[in-house]
Design a protein around this ligand. Structure first.
Ligand code: DX5
Ligand code: ZN
Length: 215
């Protein structure tokens, strides 16, 4: 079994105290900081871009996991690499040239990853599984934190795990202390957790609980 990692999403953190929020998850044993980049085009919400990502990079020793939910990702991946991203995840639905884009990310010195929306079949990414460092299976429709996990997405996790036992599989959306067990059981090993950490009184302690649970 692959190592299990908690990747807290700061989307629902208090942005006035973002630095403290990031310290909390760092102390709580997080393995990555998950940054949700939204453009109001591919998804119906706007979050933040490379500028804030670069600030986060300066304030943490955790690797940055940049989840791009944006149209024309080709035009922005270099900016996120410059901002200090370790992993750059692009949605298969956002590009006509997925293979080229994933290579572009690697050439920039980052780990390329591909994401799929709940309704996107895994066949769409079958041929790039060998050239990515991670697959992100969306377990909610992207755009907002605090939604409920869509159960059928776990089937997709299972299928990808069967196809590639060694691949990092990230699951994102609706992961909480109740659903994380099913996600792990299905074969995911990197868990994005947003509101179930940053919506609690003590994000550090909650993050530690998640880390313990997947050990
Ligand atoms: C959804 C984002 C997620 C989200 C996770 O579009 O990609 O990372 O913020 O938040 P929760 O854990 O609250 O579903
Ligand atoms: Zn995300």
């Amino acid at each position: 079994m692959k190592n299990c990692i908690i990747a807290p999403s700061v989307l629902n953190a208090n942005f006035l105290q973002l630095g403290q929020g990031i310290k909390a998850i760092e102390n709580g044993g997080a393995g990555l900081v998950h940054l949700d980049i939204m453009d109001g085009n591919f998804v119906p919400n706007i979050s933040f871009g490379p500028g804030i990502s670069a600030c986060v990079k300066k304030g943490t020793s955790l690797p940055l996991d940049c989840h791009l939910m944006i149209a024309n990702p080709e035009s922005y991946v270099a900016e996120f690499a410059k901002a200090g991203a370790s992993i750059i995840t692009v949605h298969a639905e956002t590009t006509n040239h997925l293979d080229r884009l994933l290579h572009q990310i690697r050439e920039l010195g980052c780990k390329p990853a591909v994401a799929i929306n709940p309704a996107t079949p895994i066949e769409n990414i079958k041929y790039v599984l060998d050239i990515v460092d991670m697959v992100l299976v969306m377990s909610v429709n992207p755009g907002f934190g605090g939604q409920s996990m869509i159960a059928y997405t776990l089937d997709k996790v299972k299928c990808i795990r069967d196809m590639k036992p060694e691949l990092d599989i990230q699951i994102d959306g609706g992961i909480n202390l109740k659903t994380i067990g099913q996600a792990k059981e299905a074969g995911a090993n990197i868990f994005v957790v947003g509101s179930a950490i940053f919506g609690t009184e003590n994000p550090e302690e909650t993050c530690r609980k998640f880390v313990e649970l997947v050990k």
